[in-house]
Design a protein around this ligand. Structure first.
Ligand code: SF4
Length: 435
């Protein structure tokens, strides 16, 4: 039977390491016999599930139902996925039962963010439940049409910090390089709703890229370039190669980063050819935009494994979204799932006040509650930095729950993750030390 797995490579066959399904811990590789100290135990090894077990049934059922003439090879081709994105209400309505709210959102005036969902991501959407987390991130609702207080087209004032089209130079030593306005799947809460999907306004072409590269080359203080958009991984390999090669030629560019959502919305994009090309440009880091643990499918895991195996450090960026991931249980599942696929949870963003985003935004107290529920309760690597990207162009400002209770007799009073208070004998400031 054909498998829906992304790649032809087979997972290591269960039991291949030991032959009999039992892992023997013995002393053959160490100098001191372990059984001097411990009683040897035999630990049964649970056979690894086939990576494609879940995706096989889910993706195959979806493909057979809505794309019956499509072969598995076509389904696993990222170009096919892009060509066959769900882009209109009629097609969407054939695949899911649109709620009245969703239906009205799409027959009324078009919102700022276009509709586009890859067939792969569509296969993860619950056709019956409009409250499903993944569905809410990509299917429009009427809330998008209402502008609330404080919302703005460009809340982060990126356009004001743009010396040449496509470059945002806000921090002293690094720039954001917006290389495309296209994404494979559009998030309804996108900070760049003013530009994504509107190529006429923000067409990224070689001429603009050359200007951006010339700007970076002329500014020796820039040591870090973040390629973003839109999603840079919607560009062809040759285009990315051209961009990366030209950036790597600039001696003062130490670090190149790519921001993308492809591994979770279009994992087919992470091809061997792409990875082979990317690994020529180390140090190269990738930040993956994730929203919910349900995005961490076997396909996404395989895509991340490919990138990680190529030596590319992976971090995640997540926007805190009301009713989607703004609770400790969901966020814990997300960050644990990310670590398991070798992605370090990097940033948790307070949702930016773009027009029509009030239904996604949470009070800051929610974000602090989520961080408080992670810190100490799980691995430090699993805890992202919670930030507000300050409206008006102030940059990222980190937010932490308050752990300092005050001072008493020179001691610092600190509250730990369990709520218990501890004293730390803080050093006096240098000038008050009596010699
Ligand atoms: S992938 Fe990123 S750039 Fe594209 S719509 Fe989502 S948030 Fe915006």
């Amino acid at each position: 039977m054909e498998s829906e797995a992304l790649f032809a490579e087979e997972a290591e066959p269960p039991g291949s390491r030991t032959g009999n399904g039992l892992q023997h811990y013995n002393n053959e590789h160490v100098g001191v016999p372990l059984d001097t100290f411990f009683t040897l135990v035999e630990v049964p090894v649970i056979p690894a599930p086939k990576l494609s077990a879940f995706s096989d049934s889910r993706a195959r059922t979806f493909r057979k139902r809505f794309f019956p003439d499509t072969t598995l090879k076509e389904w696993n081709d990222w170009h096919w996925q892009l060509r066959n994105r769900i882009r209109d209400a009629e097609t969407l309505g054939r695949m899911i039962h649109l709620s009245e709210d969703e239906h009205h959102a799409m027959i009324g005036a078009a919102g700022a963010i276009p509709l586009a969902i890859t067939p792969y991501y569509m296969s993860l959407i619950d056709p019956w439940n409009p409250r499903q987390a993944l569905r809410r991130t990509v299917v429009p609702t009427v809330h998008e049409h209402f502008r609330s207080n404080g919302e703005a087209d460009d809340p982060l004032h990126e356009d004001e910090d743009s010396p040449v089209p496509g470059i945002v130079h806000r921090y002293p030593d690094r720039v954001l390089f917006l290389v495309t306005g296209t994404c494979s799947t559009y998030c309804r809460y996108c900070t760049r709703s003013r530009m994504v999907g509107h190529q006429a306004n923000h067409c990224r072409n070689t001429e603009q890229w050359e200007k951006g590269i010339a700007y970076i080359a002329a500014h020796p203080e820039i040591r870090d370039v973040l390629l973003s958009g839109g999603d840079p991984l919607t560009l062809a390999d040759e285009q990315l190669d051209w961009l990366l090669a030209n950036l790597r030629r600039i001696p003062h560019v130490e670090l190149i980063r790519i921001g993308t959502k492809a591994p979770v919305v279009l994992p087919q994009r992470i091809t061997p050819a792409l990875v082979k090309m990317l690994k020529q440009y180390h140090p190269l880091w990738i930040s993956i935009h994730t929203a919910h643990p349900d995005e961490l499918t076997p396909e996404a895991a395989q895509a991340c494994a490919r990138l990680a195996d190529a030596g590319i450090p992976l971090g995640s960026q997540t926007v805190l979204l009301s009713g989607i991931n703004d609770d400790v249980e969901t966020m814990t599942r997300l960050v644990h799932g990310l670590l398991k696929i070798r992605v370090k949870p990097y940033y948790l963003y307070q949702c930016d006040p773009i027009p029509g985003s009030s239904h996604f935004r949470t009070p800051v107290s929610k974000g602090l509650e989520v961080i408080r529920g992670l810190r100490g309760f799980t691995t430090g690597y699993a805890v992202p930095t919670y930030v507000i990207d300050a409206p008006g162009g102030g940059g990222k400002i980190p937010l932490l729950p308050e752990y300092v209770e005050g001072r008493e007799e020179g001691d610092l009073l600190l509250r730990n993750y369990e709520g218990k208070v501890f004293r730390y004998p803080d050093c006096p400031a240098a000038e008050s030390v009596i010699h």
